[in-house]
Write a protein that binds this ligand. Structure first.
Ligand code: ADP
Length: 236
């Protein structure tokens, strides 16, 4: 579970996040949508513990910057940043050691196989394409079997096979009770899996809806998005 309470993040005097309060429950998949600059990445970085902020953020009841929270939190950044001089497999090993995982090799192998990285296992981070870097980043985040995962634009740069696998993984994680936040502009790609949507504008949550609430209106996510952000429907 993620509990965000009165999150405000200022860059100098500019409020990139302005008093955000929301909860994402166990097993719930939340989509964070909003135009460029709305504050989505900033919120995700605050939740992941990378930025200082005002307010409170808890991960399964632990303060987000605590070791207990970090142990169960996975984060896939918008821009992957692999270690240039570690191989693909060494990235897995590095995470396994940092988190003191046991018997991680099979899981690492399975993640790499699903993302077609097995034949790249001895390639260095700096030798990888953007898409491959993104895949490693996802494998690193998921190797620890996180209870909470944050994905910032995870589908951008992935090939169709990887997109298919990642969508399957979203479903598998949900079944296990994992809490997921996905920031994305590709709303149709999450149409099958989302439970809750937050539409951000100008650092605030302009609208929060459950799947049931949206389904009752007959709208899809894109239509809701355009209605909230531009006051019109996606069909125009
Ligand atoms: P989104 O992810 O929704 O596109 P961001 O969270 O990246 O939005 O950015 C929100 C706002 O904060 C934007 O106006 C952006 O220019 C500003 N911003 C983001 N990072 C910084 C930074 N490091 N310093 C100053 N302003 C920033």
């Amino acid at each position: 579970m993620i509990n965000v309470s009165h999150l405000t993040k200022k860059y100098n005097r500019f409020k990139a996040n302005d008093n955000l309060t929301f909860t994402v429950s166990d097993g719930e998949t939340a989509v964070l949508a909003g135009p460029n600059g709305a504050g989505k990445s900033t919120a995700i970085k605050c939740i992941s513990g990378l930025l200082r902020f005002d307010g409170e953020i808890e991960i399964c009841g632990y303060k987000n910057k605590s070791a207990q929270a970090k142990r169960i939190l996975g984060y896939v950044p918008e821009i992957p940043a692999p270690y240039e001089l570690l191989t693909v497999w060494e990235h897995m090993e590095f995470i396994a050691r940092a988190y003191r995982l046991e018997n991680w090799e099979n899981r690492a192998g399975e993640l790499m196989r699903r993302f077609e990285l097995m034949d790249k296992r001895d390639k260095l981070g700096k030798e990888l394409s953007k898409g491959m870097q993104q895949k490693i980043s996802i494998c690193c985040a998921l190797l620890i079997e996180p209870k909470v995962v944050l994905f910032d634009e995870p589908l951008v740069g992935l090939d169709p096979h990887a997109i298919k696998e990642l969508k399957l993984m979203f479903g598998e994680m949900k079944e296990k009770g994992t809490t997921i936040i996905i920031s994305t502009h590709m709303l149709e790609s999450v149409e099958d899996i989302w439970d809750r949507v937050f539409i951000m504008m100008n650092g605030r949550i302009e609208a929060e809806r459950s799947r049931k609430q949206v389904e009752e209106t007959g709208e899809n996510l894109n239509e809701l998005f355009f209605r909230i952000t531009e006051g019109r429907t996606g069909e125009e």
